[in-house]
Ligand binder design. Structure first.
Ligand SMILES: *Cc1c(COP(=O)(O)O)cnc(C)c1O
Length: 359
């Protein structure tokens, strides 16, 4: 009898694996993790207590409809409940959107480099990735993206601000782009870092969704809201996209702890957004310091900065780690560094200064 292994779908071959940000070292000198764009602050007191209380009933399945959270979100954004869908992080919802729209023979367009989950979830679906290079300034090239649309295109991701470059697209150019995209192509505005934006010319995707039935907005509790470990994100979309999200959701995917912590975070928003404000100040401090040292830093509206280092990326990342901060290198391209606590940012600024002198 010949041994054969279970047959797997051919599309899984060569799939890039998602690289999580490297954790900080345990033991030895203190290192800070600036590799995953997390919020460095511990959970707010009220949020923590709510989560602990919710943990008391984890022998039960969670509320499958996420009722309290959905109501809170519907109120806050002024959208009907039927236009909302929660999921296991916004990556989970993004995967549902690809599953619901795209299969073999279809095309999914996104900028590159952008969020590394896009190629993975596209390839799993069997659709083809159409990667449109960022401009010289590391910004989405929306004209080229619109040019790339064919009758096979089913979905387009616009990551605003873009991970890992932090750059944004502004209102006029985004509207012009959306005018060019056929109304039967879904445009997903991935706004994972929305709360860190200070540029008034960057549009709120929810306002755009109201006027455009083919636009869907993705938001998450993982970044500004500091709940990365609880896995909860959501989409705002018109029918029939919202209905497709209900069909493709993993039943009971969002835990009760996550649901209740998300509601508590929304209710503690003033304090939470105060922390986000401090991170924005730190971001501006880091960018200024790097520019003073002579680095070219694209303007960032997120909680991270991007340095296009090319061949020197791996060396600089190793140097940062030795100095006490773990960063996120993309070998041969550049390095993304999350804005963390002031001490961590100080270490990074110092490391950048030293490394630059040795160039
Ligand atoms: C971090 C991030 C997300 C959010 O991921 P979750 O699954 O919600 O934790 C989504 N999109 C982008 C571009 C991100 O950087």
């Amino acid at each position: 009898m010949s041994e054969t292994s279970p047959k797997l779908r051919a599309v899984l071959e060569g799939i890039p694996t998602y690289k999580p940000g490297k954790p900080a070292a345990v033991g030895g000198p203190v290192t800070y993790k600036l590799s995953s764009n997390e919020n460095p602050y511990p959970p707010l007191p009220g949020v923590m207590e709510t989560a602990i209380a919710a943990a008391g009933s984890f022998n039960r399945y969670p509320d499958m409809a996420c009722t309290a959270l959905m109501n809170e979100l519907a109120d806050r954004f002024g959208v009907p409940l039927s236009h909302l869908s929660t999921g296991t992080g916004s990556v989970g919802v993004a995967q549902q959107l690809v599953q619901a729209t795209s299969g073999p023979g279809d095309e999914v367009i996104y900028a590159w480099r952008s969020f590394e989950a896009y190629p993975i979830i596209t390839q799993i679906s069997g659709a083809r990735s159409v990667q449109v290079p960022l401009t010289e300034g590391d910004v989405h090239d929306l004209d080229a993206m619109a040019d790339a649309v064919t009758d096979r295109t089913r979905l387009i991701f616009v990551c605003n601000p873009n991970n890992p470059t932090g750059t944004v697209v502004r209102r006029a150019e985004l509207e012009r782009f959306l005018d060019r995209v056929p109304s039967d192509v879904l445009v997903v505005l991935d706004e994972a870092y929305r709360e860190f934006i200070r540029d008034p010319e960057v549009p709120d995707g929810v306002e755009i969704y109201r006027r455009r039935p083919n636009v869907c907005v993705l938001r998450t509790f993982s970044k500004a809201y500091g709940l990365a470990g609880l896995r909860v994100g959501f989409a705002i979309a018109h029918e029939p996209v919202a209905a497709a999200l209900r069909k493709t959701a993993v039943p009971f995917g969002v835990s009760q702890i996550a649901q209740e912590a998300a509601v508590a975070s929304l209710r503690a928003e003033d304090e939470l957004l105060g922390r986000v404000g401090s991170l924005v100040c730190e971001r501006n401090r880091v960018v200024e310091a790097l520019r003073d040292q002579g680095w070219t830093v694209p303007e960032t509206q997120a909680n991270f900065v991007w340095l296009r280092l090319g061949d020197r990326t791996t060396d600089f990342a190793a140097f940062c780690e030795k100095s006490g901060v773990v960063v996120r290198p993309f070998p041969g391209e550049g390095m993304r560094v999350t804005i963390g606590e002031a001490e961590a940012n100080d270490i990074f600024i110092k490391a950048a200064e030293t490394f630059r002198k040795e160039l």
